[in-house]
Design a protein around this ligand. Structure first.
Ligand SMILES: [Fe+2]
Length: 516
């Protein structure tokens, strides 16, 4: 549970335009502060998890914010240390954001839009809290945790976010996390003594004076916890209480919730991840993947777009073509997914499949531009399913496409060498579409055997082939023996000649071979 929630914390960091691990720093500070304040163990568990999950409602309603302010991620970042109790400070931050986001001639209209949308921002707080409560419940947290999570940005003077509570109405855990939240950011940006000054300045207005006093009294010791090599490991070590474990259907439900969190970033993608997961699992079964791989493919489907949250809703919802810089940001979402999912050990292999969903067999995808040989079957299936499912959904620049249009588009992609033909057959079959006649392979070889043959023909050893295709050396050897028999040859040299004659030594294998 702690690992998954820490990964959620990384995702919420990037959704707020902050460096990854800010949330981990908040968690470390808050948990240690709770010890110094002698909170009970159950209260410290609340502090720990509400620090990690303090922004899980943050993707809700972002399209409304983006429509008014442009880049919602940059705007959240601009407000991260602003005192919400001081209207002048808030107005100055907004002006700074508009100045950085819009060209001079666009700024007056942008300001009018922002002022007109002020009411919506306020109701947006309620929407975000509601979403945070629902997501927290699906991660397995009860009502009392949900109250903590939705109260961390409330203020002692009642002028906080969403502005429902004041003073001791705010739970003890939320009061501790609120202080740690600001302290961590100010410490990163301005250093320890400036961070303590800001806390003192907001004591009694934003924060509970007793919590601030506790922090200031032990400031040096508290900030020392941020000097560790690996905040990730320290956070896992710092978990108080019984350390719940997620597995089976509870883990599935949590991963699905993670996907929903990402999809909320845009009205156009709501339901995308769960649709992808469902279709990808059925396609993986039809493609004959082992049952463990089917489970991994489904789980990768749920979380594949988690990196979307780092990109502004203004880009996802843009009705026209993207500019080059906007495209660069879009390409990064697969990278962000990889980095968020690489941290929990149990998600490593799922994360690798998930973050390959925009790769293409000819190396033209992103973010790795991985060649075909590095794309395992589950990743190939997920790439087809993601493309398929996205086309069933409307986008701001086109309506939803019909199943026949989608099948035609995907067949063109297969023909161009970008998507895997076997994966497409499995996906169309799983989606209830006619799959057409199986394409004749060279000498009756399967698509996988052709891949093995290509690598073999380029001079790779059995071990290298196994590593490139992520299969065992024994399986690679079995494929090679089968190829020899089917191709009617008995040696590597003959097999290479056979591959050359059939034009199977594709350029995509060249880089892999030369690396080895
Ligand atoms: Fe994506």
């Amino acid at each position: 549970m702690a690992e998954l929630m820490a990964a959620m914390s990384l995702a919420t960091d990037i959704s707020m335009g902050q460096p990854m691990e800010d949330g981990l720093a908040v968690c470390l500070l808050a948990t240690r502060l709770a010890e110094f304040l002698e909170l009970s163990e159950p209260e410290r568990v609340h502090v720990y998890y509400s620090a990690l999950l303090r922004h899980i409602g943050c993707t809700a309603d972002m399209h409304v914010l983006a429509a008014a302010v442009g880049d919602d991620v940059a705007m959240r970042s601009a407000f991260i240390t602003v005192d919400l109790g001081r209207p002048v400070e808030m107005f100055a931050a907004m002006m700074r954001h508009i100045g950085q986001t819009y060209a001079p001639l666009e700024r007056p209209a942008a300001l009018v839009r922002v002022m007109a949308a002020t009411g919506k921002f306020r109701s947006g707080g309620d929407v975000q809290c509601e979403v945070a409560e629902m997501l927290a419940a699906r991660f397995g947290f009860d009502d009392s945790f949900q109250r903590d999570i939705t109260s961390v940005l409330e203020r002692w003077d009642g002028k906080g976010f969403p502005g429902r509570l004041r003073g001791e109405e705010i739970t003890p855990a939320a009061r501790v996390v609120g202080v740690a939240n600001l302290a961590a950011v100010c410490h990163r940006v301005e250093g320890p003594s400036a961070a303590l000054d800001v806390l003192r300045d907001r004591s009694g207005t934003a924060f509970d004076p007793a919590v601030v006093a506790g922090f200031v009294a032990r400031g040096a010791e508290l900030f020392a916890v941020l000097e560790a090599d690996s905040a990730w490991d320290r956070v896992l070590e710092a978990e108080p209480g019984e350390r719940p474990v997620l597995s089976g259907t509870r883990l599935d439900e949590a991963l699905q919730a993670m996907g929903d969190f990402a999809d909320l970033k845009s009205p156009y993608t709501v339901g995308h991840s769960r649709g992808v997961a469902d279709l990808a699992a059925r396609a993986a079964e039809r493609c004959g993947l082992p049952s463990d791989d089917v489970v991994a493919t489904r789980r990768a489907g749920w979380v594949h777009d988690i990196g979307r949250v780092a990109v502004s809703s203004a880009i996802w919802d843009k009705p026209g073509p993207l500019t080059r810089p906007e495209w660069e940001k879009v390409r990064l979402h697969a990278y962000h997914a990889d980095r968020v999912l690489a941290r929990p050990r149990f998600l490593e292999s799922i994360g690798r499949i998930a973050s390959m969903h925009h790769e293409r067999l000819d190396g033209s995808g992103y973010f790795r531009q991985a060649p075909a040989g590095q794309q395992p079957p589950a990743a190939r299936i997920l790439a087809v399913v993601d493309a398929y499912h996205a086309m069933t959904e409307p986008r701001p620049y086109r309506p939803a496409m019909t199943p026949d249009q989608i099948a035609d588009e995907l067949r063109l992609e297969v023909k161009a060498g970008r998507l895997d033909p076997d994966a497409l057959r499995g996906v169309l079959d799983a989606a209830g579409m006619p799959v057409g006649r199986r394409r004749e392979q060279v000498a009756g070889l399967t698509a996988r055997e052709v891949e093995v043959l290509r690598l073999l023909a380029r001079g790779l050893s059995i071990k290298q082939i196994a590593r490139t295709l992520q299969i065992s050396p024994k399986t690679a050897d079995a494929h090679i023996q089968h190829i020899y028999r089917k191709a009617g040859v008995s040696s590597r040299a003959a097999a290479t000649l056979f591959a050359m004659q059939h034009d199977l030594v594709a350029s995509e294998t060249a880089s892999t071979a030369s690396e080895d």
